[in-house]
Design a protein around this ligand. Structure first.
Ligand SMILES: Cc1cc2nc3c(=O)[nH]c(=O)nc-3n(C[C@H](O)[C@H](O)[C@H](O)COP(=O)(O)O)c2cc1C
Length: 321
């Protein structure tokens, strides 16, 4: 039995000590909360909340509903704007210089994306994550992510302005996600992140009205895991996509993370599970991945990336074990 295993991975120009990252929008309002996610929670790195050029107030309350299978949120990308949030990024890096931080960018036009990318270039961030998939705003968000030519233009603009890792966060709410991903790749993306929340809603039957003030919101948590897995698998099995994929959507356990990696993800992001398992969820998932690898005779987490894409290979492995 192998006593220890290597958990290191590399994604789109970013080296990670293990594959579990904080997802955008959860516990990333301040440097302090992101430092806790690493120090106390054990995350290998963090993605920030999505940041726009100017401050956004977000939507009215209620903005979050708990469901039996996850969460519905309609935050509306509340954030203090790029200039103000830069201070949080600098504070994070001052305290944790070795820990990767990926800055999530939210623009409502190609010009805004280019300005955001140029501002990000001046910050000590290893990569940016281009949010083209938020279901909670009229402008930007899904309007970009569902149209291949707009994805190309937005990613091209970020590529022009930012010289390090460009990750592109996709929505599952398109007919053919590979077509959209190909445009991101053609525009110079270094990695794809799949998926953002799915647009959904909840009705209060006694009040006979939608629960969220914004009426609809983004669905996350265990209920979306099969959709996210399917998207990661489709991207990873496409012969036309050669950049790495980061999986996100409903990951709560190490076994969930293993499934995503076997479907082709090089790393995973975790958001909603912070509610169900607490801030230590990142270390717990990492430990559970390690345990799975040891129990099943793997010596490195890299060995399982994409294993479920090649069923014949997996079956021949079974014969060896
Ligand atoms: C409260 C909340 C806020 C979110 N805000 C953002 C955001 O600002 N930008 C973004 O790209 N994704 C955002 N997301 C989506 C998550 O990053 C992630 O893609 C999605 O929740 C699926 O992962 P999960 O099931 O682990 O939460 C948010 C999710 C939640 C629950």
């Amino acid at each position: 039995m192998i006593e220890d295993v290597s958990l290191e991975v590399e994604v789109g120009g970013v080296r990670l000590s293990h594959p579990v990252l904080l997802a955008s929008g959860v516990l990333n309002e301040t440097a302090h909360s992101m430092i806790r996610v690493v120090d106390v929670g054990g995350a290998a790195g963090v993605v920030t909340k999505s940041i726009s050029l100017d401050e956004k107030m977000g939507h009215r309350n209620p903005t979050v509903v708990e469901l039996p299978t996850g969460l519905l949120n309609s935050m509306g990308v509340p954030n203090p704007g790029m200039e103000e949030y830069s201070k949080e990024v600098l504070m994070f890096k001052e305290r944790l210089p070795q820990t990767p931080i990926i800055l999530s960018l939210y623009g409502e036009s190609v010009e805004e994306f280019e300005k955001l990318a140029r501002a990000a270039k001046e910050l000590p961030v290893e990569a940016v994550e281009v949010n083209l998939s938020c279901p909670n705003r009229e402008e930007g968000g899904l309007t970009f992510g569902t149209r291949p030519e707009m994805v190309y233009n937005a990613v091209r603009a970020v590529r022009r302005g930012f010289p390090r890792g460009v990750w592109v966060k996709l929505t599952a709410q398109v007919g053919d996600v590979v077509e959209v991903a190909k445009e991101a790749q053609r525009a110079g993306a270094d990695a794809l992140v799949a998926i953002n929340t799915l647009k959904g809603m909840a009705i209060d039957p006694l009040l006979a009205m939608p629960v969220l003030a914004n009426k609809t919101g983004g669905y996350s948590g265990p209920g979306i895991k099969p959709v996210a897995l399917r998207v990661v698998w489709e991207l990873s099995s496409s012969e036309e996509i050669y950049i790495p994929v980061v999986g996100v959507g409903g990951i709560e356990t190490g076994i969930d993370a293993v499934e995503f990696m076997m479907a082709g993800a090089s790393a995973v992001e975790v958001g909603s599970a912070v509610r169900s398992r607490g801030i230590e969820v990142f270390r717990a998932i990492m430990d559970e991945i390690r345990m799975f690898l040891i129990e099943n005779g793997y010596s490195s987490v890299k060995e399982i990336i994409g294993l479920a894409l090649d069923v014949e290979k997996a079956m021949s492995r079974e014969e060896v074990i």
